[in-house]
Design a protein around this ligand. Structure first.
Ligand SMILES: [Zn+2]
Ligand SMILES: [Zn+2]
Length: 389
């Protein structure tokens, strides 16, 4: 089959690779119809995530048709259309029973690698380094899906692929970011980052009762998207310092909740940006947490800072004093996608949201490398790339 493989920093390539096979009785093989490039794939692309190997198949956002089933998968049938959640989860361990699927204790065969960095291991993830299981990803014609009786969700015939594809990651991820805020009716929510997860965080904050959502980015087209398609007020932080603008826009108190949908490759103008650049180049910090620092500084006293952006290691100049002295709550986590898929599918079916609003580019799988280039360089107003097999 064809698959998009990581060949080194800033280098992906579609290669011929062996077809996946059923290895365990709870596996399924999916013939992929649509798959997407995620902002977190760019961290792999840019070489920020350790334990990638040349030839690894990328991708954790995919859907398709069931073509083969292990004997213990009884809830799916050959020919079913399914969306696959990015966290691989067994469904029966302590964490899965608490619906903390991205913390599954049974799905990372390379747990020891993650333990070295993080103390304990989270779940395995498709196409996301050997440290997170070394699983082949879904930017391919086929994928093996472990624990297929727990993860994939069956899609009704009347819903197009593009409406449901993002149930695999970015819609639930944006929704969980808003959910973690504990939004009360009338609240004001600020969202750093108007990439796809940021767009879904904005929409989700409204669905959960926010009265106003203020979005912060530095790219005009992404801010326009947030305003026109997601309904946010916007701040371009290269034109206006958001730490001065946000109090003015919120009666001097700050937003009730702040969402970081940027993660470890944040930018900041001036001295702060230069500081993080030097520190990461010298390996004195691994991540550039500008958005997180600003979210903490801007948040109303007693509010919540919710982190949906991906961080991998160590950060510097973390304003802990603000969290303690202003009673902030910091929440985070890789999304527990399995928890959200059904309720969010219902919202799609009810017409509350059409997740395809984030798609800017559609390309055949064979042009995956072009998709990564466009996405990483933000060429041609690229917001979200869907690859068609
Ligand atoms: Zn993703
Ligand atoms: Zn589990």
């Amino acid at each position: 089959m064809k698959a998009n493989c990581w060949m080194g920093t800033r280098h992906v390539q579609v290669e011929d690779v062996p077809d996946p096979k059923i290895l365990n009785s709870r596996d399924a093989i999916i013939r992929i119809t649509n798959t997407a490039i995620c902002g977190s794939d760019l961290h792999l692309y840019n070489g920020f995530v350790p334990t990638m190997k040349r030839g690894d198949i990328m991708g954790h956002e995919f859907m398709g048709e069931v073509v083969e089933l292990g004997k213990d998968v009884r809830n799916l049938a050959i020919g079913d259309r399914v969306v696959v959640p990015f966290p691989i989860a067994c469904g029966h361990c302590l964490q899965c029973e608490r619906e903390m699927y991205s913390l599954c204790e049974n799905s990372n065969p390379n747990a020891w690698m993650a333990e070295k960095l993080w103390g304990y291991s989270p779940c395995g993830i498709f196409g996301y380094s050997h440290m997170l299981g070394g699983y082949a990803g879904g930017q391919a014609e086929y994928a093996r899906v472990p624990f297929a009786d727990i993860g994939p969700i069956k899609i009704p015939d009347n819903l197009d692929d593009e409406k449901v594809l993002f149930l695999s990651d970015i819609f639930p991820t944006g929704y969980m970011a808003a959910d973690m805020c504990g939004i009360q009716p009338g609240d004001i929510v600020a969202v750093w980052g108007c990439g796809p997860v940021g767009q879904f965080a904005i929409k989700s904050a409204y669905m959960l009762g926010a009265e106003r959502v203020i979005a912060i980015d530095r790219f005009k087209y992404r801010l326009d998207w947030a305003r026109e398609k997601a309904g946010a007020e916007t701040i371009n932080y290269e034109e206006v310092n958001e730490l001065e603008a946000l109090p003015q826009m919120t009666g001097g108190r700050g937003p009730d909740h702040c969402i970081d949908a940027v993660g470890m490759e944040g930018h900041a103008p001036g001295l702060e940006g230069a500081y993080d650049k030097v520190k990461t180049n010298l390996f004195l910090e691994t991540d550039r947490p500008a958005a997180l620092r600003h979210a903490i500084m801007a948040c109303r006293s007693g509010g919540t800072v919710s982190v949906a952006g991906v961080y991998s290691g160590l950060i510097d100049k973390f304003p802990m004093g603000v969290i303690v002295n202003r009673s902030l709550t910091l929440r985070s986590g890789q999304c527990h996608v399995q928890r959200y898929m059904r309720p969010l599918l219902e919202r799609i079916q009810n017409g509350e949201i059409d997740p395809s609003f984030v798609i800017s580019h559609r390309l055949p799988l064979r042009n995956a490398a072009e998709g990564y280039e466009k996405f990483v360089n933000k060429d041609d107003n690229c917001l979200k790339v869907v690859l068609k097999t």
